[in-house]
Design a protein around this ligand. Sequence first.
Ligand code: PEP
Length: 253
Amino acid sequence: MEKRRKLIAGNWKMYKTLPQALELVMELKRLVAMVRGCDVAVIPPALLVEPVGRKLTDTGIAVGVQNIHDVGFGAFTGELSAEMLPGVGATYCIAGHSERRKIFGESDEVVNRKVKAILSVGVTPILCIGETLQEREEGRTTAVLRKQMEVGTSGLSEEQVGRIVLAYEPVWAIGTGRNATVEQVAEVHGWLREWLGDHFGGSVAEQVRIQYGGSVKPDNAAQLMHTKNVDGALVGGASLDAASFAQIVKSSL
Ligand code: PEP
């Protein structure tokens, strides 16, 4: 069975002006240009995706988009359509980040429509799932993840699920400096792999990359990235600094 290539992706959220973004990627280019053993992506705010991508031409570092609306073209002032992703060179697009779910009220059904829209234009969705602290403390982690997976992948073929990247991001670990333990990560990732196998077959389950996200930093990345069933990281805060992000990339090898 082919070994899954790790994907280390930096979600910049709503940070960086254009000059700051270009400076960051120039530095990143210098620091990770020689890395060949994993996939690397930066996911800037949408306005910056095209110029950042241009700076990264021929570096092997991909660009992604943080969010889209769930329909094609239309009268939706301020929104972005999946149709626009390939033209700006986006390889990835996040769907269902917990900040979108919580702050903007995105349901699993909306997230599912976004995943379908992203797949329909040949871009790779990074489908984010994860429980809140209260849900974990109430012993509902598996139930929450099951629903997010069931609805999030509803109506997708095996081939389509095989093209998704999953990001397990416990909400309580995002931007808090508190990361999940290796045991917690191994347990959830193992459960997710099994769930994929039960619903879409063993070969799809083996193919899907499952990232961990939640306060991944240079000092905890190596341990997390070498945990069973962890195929990379979705990195928020630490991806805003080229040296930190580069160190995380190198720790994953
Ligand atoms: C994220 O934004 O997806 C994330 C995991 O953030 P942080 O690394 O800052 O916790």
